[in-house]
Design a protein around this ligand. Structure first.
Ligand SMILES: NC(=O)C1=CN([C@@H]2O[C@H](COP(=O)(O)OP(=O)(O)OC[C@H]3O[C@@H](n4cnc5c(N)ncnc54)[C@H](OP(=O)(O)O)[C@@H]3O)[C@@H](O)[C@H]2O)[C@@H](O)CC1
Ligand SMILES: [K+]
Length: 219
């Protein structure tokens, strides 16, 4: 693992290696997701403290899992919160567990119903993170167009959906979420350093999710 955990920018593959190392050292994937969701929630409210109505768009992977954690925290903070399942129910284990935790209190919407975005003052983009590859497909592309037309403050978890985490510095981005705030986890990915992607990222905040500390402790 050498000093990978000290790097300020890591590729998506390096990030996965860091998560594996942290899990082996005793910080479970579930706890990393909890930390990521909590840090994202705190950062969002720091930047948008007036939030009253939130809409959280979740994909079927672990980025969506982070979104379920954020939705739970928003609800617990007294904010009216709805979740949109962009691609149906979650497939990843920790995402499934966090989905279970919001069922009783958070209204769940699916991509086939009309979603009224006018009432929301916060949109959280938890559709895709480091696992995204290729181009956007339906229905995510239509949802992202609607997100970009809304007046809400948009916070992206890890990466604005549609952008590749490993994108080259001069690569032209395709269709993607246009965020006001991007909260990335542990370290920036190449996309967060790209000049062409900057206008879609908004302000970038790197959140500590415990990986550096646990790897340091167990060395
Ligand atoms: N691992 C951890 O412990 C932690 C991870 N964390 C979080 O997890 C995120 C990474 O999660 P992840 O690896 O599950 O990938 P994610 O970005 O959710 O998407 C994968 C899904 O998208 C799909 N898909 C891909 N391209 C597509 C396309 N063009 N069009 C349509 N679908 C497409 C793909 O399907 P597939 O192509 O594989 O069939 C798969 O179902 C990371 O960014 C961070 O937020 C944090 O919680 C910290 C701890
Ligand atoms: K995202």
């Amino acid at each position: 693992m050498n000093d990978l955990h000290r790097k300020e920018v890591v590729t998506c593959e390096e990030m996965k290696a860091l998560e594996t190392a942290a899990d082996k050292a005793g910080l479970s994937y579930y706890q990393m997701m909890e930390n990521a969701g909590f840090e994202a929630f705190s950062t969002i409210l720091k930047h948008h403290p007036q939030t009253e109505n939130a809409l959280v768009f979740c994909g079927k992977g672990n980025n969506g899992g982070d979104g379920f954690v954020v939705a739970r925290k928003l609800y617990e903070a007294g904010i009216q919160t709805q979740v949109v399942l962009v691609e149906g129910e979650p497939q990843a284990d920790d995402a499934k567990a966090n989905y279970q935790l919001i069922q009783a209190n958070v209204q769940i919407l699916t991509a086939d119903v009309a979603i009224d975005m006018q009432e929301s003052d916060l949109i959280v983009d938890a559709i895709y993170g480091t696992g995204f590859h290729g181009q956007l497909r339906s229905p995510a592309d239509e949802m992202i167009t609607s997100i970009n037309h809304s007046k809400a403050y948009v916070a992206a978890l890890d990466i604005p959906s549609g952008l590749s985490g490993d994108m080259e510095p001069d690569e032209e981005p395709g269709a993607c979420v246009k965020a006001d705030l991007t909260i990335t986890f542990h370290a920036r990915k190449p996309v967060h350093c790209s000049k062409t992607a900057a206008k879609f990222l908004g302000k970038v905040v790197t959140a500590d999710i415990g990986i550096g500390e646990i790897i340091n402790e167990r060395r």
